[in-house]
Ligand binder design. Structure first.
Ligand SMILES: Cc1ncc(COP(=O)(O)O)c(C=O)c1O
Length: 390
């Protein structure tokens, strides 16, 4: 293992050696047929992962670029977007869409809670929206969206659905062929980044458009975008030896390898593992007197936002933990100093999480709390055993 630290921020996630090796492959020209074959494979595997009948776009950029790509190719200037926000990253769609002259309404949940689906229904009944954004899991709060509830409500209104899977894709099911109670009720766009549950370093923006979303792009005509215009990328995604803008060659090697790993594990198994990790880590940390911001019913399998017990100083906690080689993230906005965020996704293993649980307990002990690391590990293992046996 090349990693010297246990990187448990909610992305980037630990990179496994196989992926580092792919990254370190000899760089080839981006139109070289050998590279084009790898790019083709990566595109094919992305389609397999998301089961889309449409097209996928894999370009150099971060998750925010994928958000932008999803919005500007489906919603036109002066059209209306409804944002369902469970935190900081849901909120990001508002300034992004406003920058393109799109009218935005936002339904913001109290941090740690889900947006009430009735409010979504009410909004859809009074306004004519072109699309709705759903952040599958929000990295600021650790809250997950309930697609089974939201997709039918939005589709009954005939509106496009854009799912932000930045902290969900490759950990949670985002099957774009799945129907939600009616043959036409499907997710139209999934967007994501490379550095979270996919498990490669930051640098790729990935977006999948189904046929309905591709038709929406056609209907827009000329749009205020160039690099982000999927029409410029479509010929390359269909024939990767063609050129529009230079792809990040080595990241594509790594991405293809990462997708081999994901598809080999299988998305069903992967989702099960992530659910077990999420429940397990929260159960363990609760034994230390910590509380998850999100109630268990709405908590994300990929990351958790944990509130400190009384008297724990955020900076001291995270610094001491980093001295033990475990890196977690601070909380955002009004929760800064009161909570921390821990990722448990991608190619993270149960052994890594047990090690983190033990070190977190030791740091709390150093800070004067009476906690028992063995009790915490037992709680973690119990959740894992329950899920694995089902
Ligand atoms: C849910 C979600 N959406 C979008 C983003 C933005 O991605 P990036 O920071 O890669 O631009 C993030 C980043 O953490 C995220 O967690």
């Amino acid at each position: 293992m090349k990693n010297k630290e246990l990187l448990l921020v909610p992305g980037p996630t630990p990179v496994v050696d196989e992926i580092y090796e792919a990254l370190a492959s000899e760089t080839r020209g981006h139109t070289d047929p050998r590279f084009a074959a790898t790019f083709k494979s990566a595109i094919k595997q992305t389609k397999e992962l998301l089961q889309t009948d449409g097209e996928v776009f894999v370009v150099a950029g971060s998750g925010t670029l994928a958000m932008e790509m999803a919005i500007v190719n489906t919603v036109g200037r002066g059209e209306r977007l409804l944002v369902i926000s469970h935190g900081y990253f849901g909120d990001r769609f508002t300034p992004l869409a406003n920058a393109f002259g799109i009218e935005v309404d936002v339904l913001q949940a109290e941090w740690g809670k889900q947006v009430d689906p009735i409010l979504v229904q009410e909004k859809l009944a009074v306004n004519n929206y072109k699309a709705v954004t759903i952040t599958h899991a929000d990295t600021s709060t650790g809250v997950i969206s309930d697609l089974d509830v939201l997709v039918p409500i939005i589709k009954q209104a005939g509106v496009l659905i854009i799912v932000d899977g930045v902290v969900a894709t490759a950990a949670l099911d985002e099957n774009m062929s799945k129907t939600y109670g009616h043959p036409d009720y499907k997710i139209d766009v999934v967007l994501t980044g490379s550095q979270k549950a996919i498990g490669i370093p930051p640098g790729l923006a990935i977006a999948a458009f189904n046929q309905t979303a591709l038709e929406a792009r056609e209907a827009l005509g000329t749009i205020s975008a160039y690099y982000c215009d999927i029409k410029n990328w479509l010929p390359i995604m269909q024939e990767p030896s063609k050129y529009f803008a230079t792809p990040p060659v080595n990241l594509i090697y790594a991405y293809d390898t990462a997708l081999n790993i994901v598809l080999e594990e299988g998305i069903e198994e992967r989702e099960k593992r992530h659910i077990a990790f999420g429940r397990g880590i929260r159960s363990a940390l609760r034994t230390y007197g910590m509380k998850s911001l999100a109630a268990e019913e709405v908590a994300a399998p990929t990351l958790s936002c944990m509130l400190y017990p009384e008297g724990v100083d955020d900076a001291s906690f995270r610094t001491l933990l980093s001295h033990k080689g475990v890196i977690v993230a601070g909380a955002l906005a009004h929760l800064a100093g009161k909570a921390f965020r821990i990722g448990h996704m991608g190619n993270t293993t149960a052994e890594m999480l047990e090690s983190a649980i033990r070190h977190i307990g030791e740091v709390l002990q150093d800070l004067g709390l009476e906690v028992n690391t063995e009790t915490a590990i037992t709680a973690f293992r119990k959740e894992l055993a329950q899920i694995v046996s089902n």
